[in-house]
Design a protein around this ligand. Sequence first.
Ligand SMILES: Cc1ncc(C[n+]2csc(CCOP(=O)(O)OP(=O)(O)O)c2C)c(N)n1
Ligand code: SF4
Length: 280
Amino acid sequence: MDTMKSDYLDEKLDQVRAADFLKYRSPDLPTWCPGCGYFGIMDAFYKSCRELELKSEEICMVSGIGCSGRTPIFVNSYGFHTLHGRSIPVATGLKLAREDLNVFAVAGDGDALGIGGGHLPHVARKNIDITFILFDNSIYGLTKGQSSSTTPYEMKTNSHPVGNPDTPLNPIRLALAYGASFVARGFAGDPEGMKEIIKQGTLHKGFSFIQMLTPCVTFDKTNKTWKNLKENVYELNVHTDKNDMETAMRAAENEPNGVGIFYQDTTRLSYQDTLRHLNS
Ligand SMILES: Cc1ncc(C[n+]2csc(CCOP(=O)(O)OP(=O)(O)O)c2C)c(N)n1
Ligand code: SF4
């Protein structure tokens, strides 16, 4: 690269880094593919942190393995890049030890619902006060395009070239059934919507489950593409009372492209509040 071009890029990068909400971004440049939906999710995350006025030292970002696993590297906060499928148990342990921290856990659909799927019911039923963001692109990104637990039936992938034989999981329905006290869905192309949901999830006292619909631009050319998502995603409008499990379950079933908050129970005590209650 010639010197002039490099100076120009350095100057632009300095300007971007100086932007207020980007103080939550680490100096490391993301290694994700250009166009990946994860950039949008992180942008919304940084802006949520700014609007909640969180201090970097009050945040911990915990991830498992996958493209999504790299997330803590790009956040200017404490962070753990843990084992495949284990962001939830590590985040749980951390929250029990450091209740003062805002603990976020992230995972891809393979990480969270495949190898790590056994952790979800327990963090939900215990109502551990962490915010969990599922980066749901319905494909294994890092390992190059295998079917995941949310890949549609019959979709052709690198592991199932003639079509996925498995029926996909419905993450929102699962989170509701497991007893998550905050359940929401966002879309990587809707920065304002995601920002609001992440803020609400962070403020919620208990386990917050947020599914983000996001494209893997490299390994999915047919399903969760930007075009398909943009054409189909809309704002959920079914709710009058967010603490209504029956309506939320119906929406989980009937509105696979609806974004917003499906369910929130503010009456349940978080795990640590329960311990205090039992000990009082
Ligand atoms: C114990 C273990 N098994 C398998 C792998 C290989 N592996 C790494 S990431 C991954 C899946 C990634 O897909 P996903 O969780 O959907 O995340 P994405 O890369 O799309 O963000 C797999 C199977 C591993 N690293 N460790
Ligand atoms: S492989 Fe897919 S999920 Fe991973 S960074 Fe590239 S576009 Fe994003």
